[in-house]
Ligand binder design. Structure first.
Ligand code: HT7
Ligand code: ZN
Length: 844
């Protein structure tokens, strides 16, 4: 398959004013009748007429009511058309029941639903399936389903039909249809200008008791977007539907968001605190797309970060406002480093705005989403809060109803601030994580920081130019008091120095506060300074970072030199954990250790080939030593942070539970799981139950609880996903592949359900020592299942190939085994375009 290039963009030859669609639903033979008013684009000369279409059976086509016979070509059809506005009418037949790819119109648990982003609408009917063709839609659904929904406002409904009209022009990727036997959890919202909006969360009968939290999250999101961004909802109704079979988390279709049921259904008994927080964030994210994505959309898919980076940034702001800003920031940086830095450092590295792709579905990545959000955060930090708000307002006013580019976004900022953002734009075009080296000197009361930036080569980009890096810095005096509050330095050169005068003693610097740029900071320091920052830094991110760096360096010494667990770390973490002036949620985060993957990358950066088993053992040793070192404290924390009030998934209670459960992890290493067993038996919420089960599994005493858990929850798909995952991620490295293999043979394993597939095979990849076990069994099992899944669901298969993306950092034997499995996948006859692209890029 040929790549598509950003540089080749040309505007559409034909524009659309409005679209009428009629669906006659039938599981294997749905008829879709379209009536589309086309008009020539005055800005283009060509009148070539091409409509995308895939897996469609053409029944009939007409232009201005006269039958035509289009040429059916690769990926669509061509037809000769008048050189003037005309009406295109067409009827096609599709087969939703056999659509296991979950793109286009498909069936999930007996209900019809759609997924059109990015290019799924072409599997519904012939259409210019590109985001810069925007039109109003009127949709008639005929069928025998009790509930039949589409975008916009309801027009009419009666026995066997429903009609919807969406007055807001939109690209086809935002089209949605849902029909099924659904029940709703209703709600209501009045916008600030007085529009009454009917809210509904539609679910399968039996799930209606799990919607209240999402409904409240939706209302909070609607209020927040009005208050903070001035964005008001613009239809009379907002529907959310939960579906069980879904490739991603959720989809922002205009007025009809469709959610993976795991991202909307919640109850204290079945969902963890982390699930609740994620649901709140995803509800917000999809809702915020109504402005950043829907009202103002992307000109082409290379501009994906325009809507995704900005919307992730907005949902992070929302979560920070609803919960704890430092905890949100630290959690986001952990995730960014785990997923995006990993991507940026390997064969899949690509710019926030890529310049080419084969399959756009492969570019819904951490780089587009999370690094895209970091870029917005840097822009805001550089221009300041007021200018940011003004520029966003200008962008909304200028481009409402348009399909835009990154240039449009940046122009709004240039026009408001008068800044030249040419260099800043490199964040969109250069892949790779910049390394920021820091040295310092102190003389005559002047402290100077010398910075040097360097971005390593990435595929297709051997040379990088310097980027604009906002570096937030504070200075602490020897007594731990801040002698300089946070100041943002603006680095633009490859090397640059910044001086601070009038200091009475050499300060301790706190650099890159709040993680002000997505870079890797390299600075020679020592344990004493880290412990000092962990104790005194006023910036919560850098306080956490100091503890994390202490842990990481100690672990690296354990791995490379066979050193004992670092006493400085143990003392510092003990002091931090017992400090009752600190937020329990922060303390829980600070008790987290670097992941196996983090350590493998750190070792690789230091020129040491990582051995996954040794890394796992080092972590186990440190956990054991820490449990012993903190024995009394762990008992105290576990008791002190038991929540006795009725369950609430808010920041306060979930922070307390997180700290108590971190303490339980330590206790379980010393009491053989006795306390965890008591917690398991007494638990009345999933957070407590699952934490206890994890501890039992890790202490090797979980067999009975695993069976009880299954018996208790066998009727609940989402809980059983957790059951699959937990057994695999906590399996001993030598048993992980066998455990995963055993579970793929379990009657509840269903590879057609992406959640279950991820819960099983994704969990194997999330157990690095198990996945990379020297036997190669992990590689073989994953490859085998990816090959099986590819013809069923190429999108999910391709995404899961990234488990192999770090393969070049391992030893020759592992590299040979992985290369063999990658070749095995590539040699599979009929391999999808999605998986072919991913595996080829990974293989290099
Ligand atoms: N904009 C959506 C991205 C998406 C997607 C969602 C579900 C299934 C397939 C999908 N392909 C792309 C989700 C979002 O970012 O909000
Ligand atoms: Zn999104």
């Amino acid at each position: 398959p040929q790549p598509i290039y950003l540089a080749d963009y040309t505007p559409p030859n034909w524009l659309i004013d409005d679209v009428h669609l009629t669906f006659r639903l039938a599981p294997n033979a749905t008829r879709v009748v379209s009536r589309i008013a086309f008009r020539p684009n005055p800005d283009t000369a060509s009148r070539d007429f091409f409509l995308h279409g895939e897996a469609l059976t053409l029944i009939d086509a007409r232009i201005d009511q006269k039958p035509v016979t289009p040429d059916l070509v690769e990926g669509g059809l061509r037809c000769s058309v008048p050189d003037a506005p005309f009406i295109w009418e067409c009827e096609v037949e599709i087969d939703p029941a056999n659509n296991t790819a979950l793109e286009g119109l498909y069936m999930s648990s007996g209900m019809y639903c759609t997924q059109c982003e990015a290019e799924g609408f072409r599997k519904i009917t012939y259409y210019p399936d590109r985001p810069d063709v925007m039109a109003t839609f009127t949709v008639r659904i005929e069928g025998d389903m009790p509930v039949m929904l589409s975008n916009g406002n309801p027009v009419s409904q009666g026995p066997g039909f429903a009609e919807w009209h969406d007055p807001w022009p939109k690209p086809a990727y935002l089209f949605a249809l849902v029909a099924g036997d659904l029940v709703n959890h209703p709600g209501q919202f009045t916008t600030r200008s007085g529009r009454e909006v009917e809210l509904n969360i539609w679910v399968r009968p039996g799930d209606e008791g799990k919607c209240a939290f999402a409904m409240e999250a939706l209302k909070k999101s609607m209020t927040w977007d009005e208050d903070v961004y001035g964005c008001e909802y613009d239809l009379d109704i907002f529907n959310i539907v939960a579906v069980d079979d879904f490739n991603m988390g959720a989809m922002e279709n205009k007025g009809l968001n469709i959610f993976n049921s795991s991202c909307v259904l919640a109850s204290p008994e079945t969902s963890t605190d982390a699930n609740f927080e994620r649901i709140e964030a995803i509800i917000a994210h999809e809702y915020f797309h109504n402005w950043t994505g829907n009202r103002i959309t992307c000109r082409d898919w290379f501009q994906l970060c325009l809507k995704e980076g900005l919307t992730v940034y907005r949902d992070a702001e929302f979560t920070s406002d609803m919960r704890s800003a430092p905890v949100k920031r630290i959690s986001d940086v952990i995730a960014l480093r785990a997923r995006q830095f990993r991507e940026d450092n390997g064969p899949l590295a690509h710019p926030v705005r890529p310049e080419s792709f084969v399959e756009i579905n492969n570019f819904y990545t951490a780089t587009i989403y999370e690094k895209g959000a970091e870029v917005i955060g840097m822009l805001k930090r550089l221009v300041g809060d007021d200018a940011y708000a003004e520029a966003v307002r200008l962008y909304f006013n200028r481009h409402d109803g348009q399909a835009c580019t990154i240039e449009d976004w940046l122009s709004a900022f240039q026009d408001v601030t008068g800044r030249d953002l040419t260099q800043f734009k490199r964040w969109y075009s250069q892949a790779g994580t910049p390394r920021l080296k820091v040295t310092e000197d102190f003389k005559d009361g002047t402290y100077t920081l010398h910075f040097e930036q360097h971005t390593p080569a990435t595929p297709g980009q051997p040379q990088k130019a310097p980027q604009v890096i906002p570096i937030a810095v504070g200075l602490l005096g020897p007594n731990g008091h801040e002698v300089m509050e946070t100041t943002v330095l603006e680095m633009t050169e490859a090397r640059q120095s910044f001086s601070f005068e009038g200091l009475t003693a050499r300060p301790v610097p706190s650099i890159l506060r709040d993680f002000s740029a997505p870079v890797i900071l390299e600075r020679a320091t020592d344990n004493a300074e880290r412990a000092f920052l962990l104790a005194h830094d006023t910036d919560p991110f850098n306080k956490w970072e100091a503890g994390r760096a202490l842990a990481r360096d100690g672990l690296i010494a354990q791995i490379r030199e066979g050193a004992a667990p670092d006493a400085a770390y143990l003392d510092a973490i003990h002091a931090m954990a017992r400090d009752d002036s600190l937020d329990p949620a922060f303390r829980a985060l600070a008790l987290g250790l670097p992941s196996q993957d983090d350590l493998a990358q750190t070792l690789a950066d230091l020129g040491t080939t990582p051995d996954p088993q040794t890394i796992w053992e080092a972590l186990e040793t440190l956990r054991q030593a820490r449990a012993q070192h903190c024995q009394d404290l762990a008992t105290r924390l576990h008791a002190q942070f038991q929540v006795t009030d009725p369950y609430r998934p808010d920041a306060e209670q979930s922070g307390a539970r997180a700290l108590a459960n971190a303490a339980l992890g330590m206790i379980s290493r010393l009491d053989g799981g006795a306390q965890a067993q008591r917690q398991y038996d007494a638990a009345d919420n999933m957070t407590q139950q699952l934490a206890a089960l994890s501890c039992l599994l890790q202490s090797g005493t979980g067999a009975e609880a695993v069976q009880r858990f299954y018996d208790q929850w066998r009727h609940d798909r989402l809980v059983i996903d957790k059951w699959f995952t937990l057994q695999i991620v906590h399996a001993d490295p030598q048993d992980a592949a066998a455990t995963a293999a055993r579970l793929t043979a379990h009657p509840d394993f269903d590879m057609k359900n992406p959640n279950r597939f991820r819960a099983t095979l994704g969990a194997l990849a999330a157990n690095p020592a198990g996945f990379h076990h020297a036997s190669g069994a992990g590689y073989e099992l994953l490859a085998e299942w990816l090959i099986r899944l590819d013809p069923v669901n190429p999108q999910t298969t391709a995404r899961m190939c990234s488990a192999f993306e770090t393969w070049k950092r391992y030893d020759a034997a592992r590299q040979d085994m992985i290369a063999g499995q990658l070749d095995r996948i590539l040699d599979t006859p009929g391999l999808s375009r999605d998986t072919t692209e991913m595996v080829s890029r990974i293989r290099g």
